[in-house]
Design a binder for this molecule. Sequence first.
Ligand SMILES: [Zn+2]
Length: 165
Amino acid sequence: MLRIARNDVGRIYAQVLEEYPHECCGILSEGAEGGICVVHVCENIQQRRHEEDPERYPRDARTAYLIDPVEQMRISEEAEKAGGRVSGFYHSHIDCEAYFSEEDERRTWIFNRREAGEEPDDPDALYLVVSADGEDTGAKRQINAHKCFAWDGSGYAETGVEIVD
Ligand SMILES: [Zn+2]
């Protein structure tokens, strides 16, 4: 279950709409006591990587996101210094549903090996996906849905989002 402040949901929605038709992304962290997450807006560097090296990064930012690993490390270290941790990630889906894609799932196993029956690298991480439609489909730019996914011991399943006022 993800607990997130209503104005942070609004901030993420605004980022999704602003960066359309590129996916946007960010990191969620929590303090020592857990509770309501803290939102860290990140730059999606996928477009830059794709333009520099399309062979290694065949997808552009319309269908993929990449958080700068240096930025991710910094956010993680800051959260841990405060006794907390990175608790999840969010990204947007452009002109399609808010689902946990095969690519989204594959990326949760960077270090561990799924073939060996191991759990994802961080089995406690939550993944918030926000879907938006826009000009590219002739629609007005708008948020469609948000869904959160978590590892349930055998696969990724939808989990609740509690929006806190
Ligand atoms: Zn995705």
